[in-house]
Design a protein around this ligand. Structure first.
Ligand SMILES: [Zn+2]
Length: 358
């Protein structure tokens, strides 16, 4: 097999469904924004600060992990800051060869300096549009869809779901809930999910990362999630051996082609997988689940879409055919209209990989 070079992976078109806006800031931007509001940081050297984020997220301490987001969220409290962070997110993803991305964030976490929920979304969506236009001017085509996240420990999911629907024609393509799984089952937010279903809207649910099968089962069978954020613990319902045997829930997820938003590096950091080589993505691909590759938090994991793919190439010996398979899986599972998904697959992804495939 021809070894795949990192530069070629960057050039290959990639699709990303699970990326947090507050988990992907540039360290230099955090430093500038923090300086402007007098927010203290662990370091004011961009490289050192970047390393601090990865180390803190790696530490295994929940307190230190949460501290990383306390810093990023603290500097994203004005319309200008949100617009800048969103624009840079679009530019960074485009430079990494991502042609389609759904980026999520929780508007309720950006109200500290007096912005309203609507103003938070307006600024962020404007930032994505600005970054997308700048990337296009530099010859890099990217389409970004915004997902609005509600925090599962809070009680604003209905309000955030209505906010998402209000912005459905202005860049918001879906809804999500995130936060600690244990003790906060998705069924707490049933009203919001039922509302979204009545509105013919799309949503994904963070489930089956730290917590196991009951969380995945609730997300699908009670809440009606279109996709699973992570969903990696679905492997607990698969008996491995010479011929793997799927339990009823795993079989349902595979039969219904429910997309799994797998995030290899992030899962290793949180302990949901022991290493990239032992990550269930290998088994889930072999069994042809609708598996996708994602970044989760680029800053905290010190990663990018190209790096995640390179890690999988290294761990599982994947070639271009597999990378194209993951990419098309993601594009098929996107929350934008079917004809637009098809256009990106036929006009961008397939021709891009055709140049790389032997
Ligand atoms: Zn996530």
């Amino acid at each position: 097999m021809v070894a795949i070079g990192y530069e070629d992976i960057v050039k290959a078109p990639k699709a990303l469904l699970h990326d947090h806006l507050d988990g992907g800031l540039r360290p230099a931007t955090i430093i500038e924004l923090a300086d402007a509001i007098g927010h203290p940081l662990p370091s004011t050297d961009p490289e050192e600060l970047g390393r601090w984020f990865v180390t803190a997220a790696d530490s295994g301490s929940l307190e230190r992990y949460l501290e990383t987001f306390a810093h990023t969220v603290a500097v994203m409290q004005t319309a200008d800051a949100l617009r800048r962070v969103a624009a840079e997110c679009a530019l960074d993803l485009a430079a990494d060869g991502v042609v389609y991305a759904e980026v999520r964030f929780a508007p309720e976490q950006h109200l500290d300096h007096g912005l309203t929920l609507d103003e938070v979304v307006e600024a962020t969506v404007a930032g994505f549009a600005e970054g997308t236009a700048l990337a296009a001017a530099a010859g890099q085509r990217i389409r970004i869809g915004t997902l609005l996240t509600a925090m599962r420990h809070a009680a604003r999911s209905q309000e955030i779901a209505e906010l998402a629907v209000r912005f459905r024609d202005s860049g918001v393509v879906g809804f999500d809930i995130a936060g600690a799984e244990a003790g906060f089952p998705p069924t707490r937010h049933l009203d919001a999910f039922e509302y979204l279903q009545r509105e013919n809207f799309h949503f994904t649910i963070h489930a089956g990362e730290a917590f196991g099968l009951p969380s995945i089962w609730q997300a699908i069978q009670w809440c009606g999630a279109d996709r699973l954020g992570h969903g990696v613990r679905i492997v607990d319902d698969i008996t491995t051996g010479a011929t793997p045997v799927l339990g009823r829930l795993a079989a349902y997820v595979r039969d219904k082609r429910i997309p799994l938003e797998l995030c290899p590096s992030s899962n290793v950091q949180t302990g949901a997988a022991a290493s990239i080589a032992e990550h269930p993505i290998g088994l889930l691909r072999d069994l042809r689940f609708r598996a996708t590759v994602n970044t989760d938090n680029r800053l905290m994991s010190g990663t990018s879409m190209s790096r995640e793919m390179a890690l999988l190439v290294e761990a599982f010996g994947y070639g271009w055919a597999e990378l194209q398979w993951f990419t098309i899986n993601a594009m098929k599972s996107a929350f934008i209209p079917f004809d637009e998904r098809l256009a990106i697959i036929d006009e961008v992804i397939k021709p891009g990989y055709a140049k790389l495939l032997p």
